[in-house]
Design a binder for this molecule. Structure first.
Ligand code: HEC
Ligand code: HEC
Length: 382
């Protein structure tokens, strides 16, 4: 009798539980739980993170996300792990994040970076990564030599200077063997992709999604611009004084936004607000005479968090950058017509106060929220 009663109670409890059942919350598997702070029951939002009103269809039209890699929070979360993982290098000494440091806007204060060893350095300066999705050609690296963020993700892995998986180390197969034997990777790949198999295209998709989720829209410029923005206003109110700026910052803002024929310096013609990523049709900016290569620039957001600047890190300060645009542009086949005047490299008549104002404006683009956003931080228990 007591047993029957017990059975009845158990049946009722089970039935009640089944009726009100929430969708099963996935438990974090042991390998992931041991290595990282991730919680599979609370996935961070990457795919549908809210954007300000001025990131409207005019801006999203510049998005280089391919239809073949649809945004997904789990895949981006896997990208976060990959980005911060020292084990992705042959000798566990470096990660993407070592050269692309979040607190500096995802770049490296060193002119050239060390990878797996201090004996070697990169040929170029590390690039900031914020807003890389808003560059329509979608090509990556300073010289635009790879076609997409997906393809790009393999390059540092294969590089013998950066993460070390050259042919001598078994190439990408060597890395895949190492990852497959690391408990949390089969678990994470199963969770993100539905099967535990580690493959290069999956690594590329996850890293590219994580990179594209690094959207910058929390600078002081954003706080001010949100208050004046209107699609009905002339030029979307880009050349209107911002209420939260000093007079000097507003002077620099005007110089940046206005064309040379309107008394400005014409910077916004190439470094497009509100993303400050490069315009799709921009050519090079004349750093060297006779230059034939077409360079790109990363978004200027967070440019004040650290130097140095340009593909070879030749300028230490933003003042040097502004000085270059005022007096130093050199002619060559790749020079953009916007930086030419009557057949010669353009010179800007900028007073010392104007140059300082431009530098002050550039610093208003710093995004300390992105630089500290835990969604992009290191997920490993160290
Ligand atoms: C040893 C330092 C180092 C490591 C490690 C490193 N990078 Fe980079 N990264 C660079 C440098 C330097 C550049 C510019 C290279 C060039 O233009 O040739 C760059 C450029 C990039 C770009 C191009 C950005 C743009 O707007 O074109 C992306 C994306 C990128 N890295 C992502 C990654 C990812 C993902 C990883 C890890 C798999 C990684 N990096 C590892 C130094 C590094
Ligand atoms: C013709 C298009 C064009 C114009 C106009 C232009 N730039 Fe650039 N800018 C570029 C390109 C391309 C690069 C990358 C050059 C390189 O490293 O080879 C760049 C690089 C930069 C960088 C360095 C970014 C980094 O990550 O190191 C800063 C800062 C900058 N520009 C600010 C300005 C300012 C300020 C103005 C206006 C005075 C301006 N630019 C006008 C195309 C342009």
């Amino acid at each position: 009798m007591r047993d029957l009663k017990r059975l009845a109670v158990a049946v009722i409890v089970l039935a009640l539980a089944a009726c009100g059942r929430e969708p099963a919350r996935p438990a974090t598997p042991p390998g992931v739980a041991a290595a990282t702070t991730l919680d599979f029951a609370h996935v961070d939002h990457y795919a549908a993170a809210p954007l300000p009103a001025y990131f409207d269809e005019k801006v999203t039209a510049l998005d280089n996300s391919p239809a073949s890699n649809p945004a997904d929070d789990r895949v981006a979360t896997l990208g976060r792990v990959l980005f911060h993982d020292l084990r992705l290098s042959t000798n566990n000494r470096t990660s993407c994040a070592a050269c692309h440091q979040q607190r500096f806007g995802f770049t490296d204060p060193m002119r050239f970076s060390n990878g797996i060893s201090t004996a070697g350095t990169t040929d170029f300066h590390a690039m900031r990564l914020g807003n890389l999705r808003y560059w329509q050609p979608g090509t990556m690296f300073w010289d635009r030599r790879v076609i997409s963020a997906e393809t790009q993700a393999s390059h540092p892995l294969h590089s013998v200077v950066e993460m070390g998986w050259g042919q001598n180390m078994g190439g990408i197969d060597g890395l895949i063997r190492k990852m497959s034997a690391t408990p949390y990777y089969p678990e994470l790949f199963a969770w993100a992709f539905g099967s535990a198999t580690v493959t290069e295209p999956r690594i590329q998709r996850a890293l590219a999604q994580f990179l594209r989720a690094m959207v910058s829209h929390h600078s002081r410029w954003d706080t001010g611009y949100a208050q004046v923005f209107s699609t009905a206003a002339l030029n979307r109110a880009l050349d209107v004084d911002l209420p939260n700026f000093t007079a000097q910052e507003n002077r620099g803002r005007h110089l940046f936004m206005a064309g040379v024929d309107q008394g400005g310096a014409g910077c916004a013609g190439c470094h497009l607000p509100p993303t400050f990523a490069l315009a799709a049709n921009a050519r090079s900016n004349g750093l060297d005479a006779g230059e034939t290569r077409l360079f790109k620039a990363p978004s200027l957001r967070s440019v004040g968090l650290t130097g140095p600047y340009m593909h070879d890190g030749r300028f230490t300060t933003l003042a040097e950058v502004v000085e270059f645009y005022a007096t130093g542009v050199r002619d060559g086949p790749a020079l953009d017509p916007r930086l030419r005047e009557r057949g010669a490299p353009r010179r800007l008549a900028l007073s010392a106060a104007d140059r300082a104002a431009l530098v002050a404006f550039l610093k208003t683009l710093d995004d300390t929220a992105l630089a500290t956003d835990p969604r992009f931080g290191d997920p490993f228990r160290r």
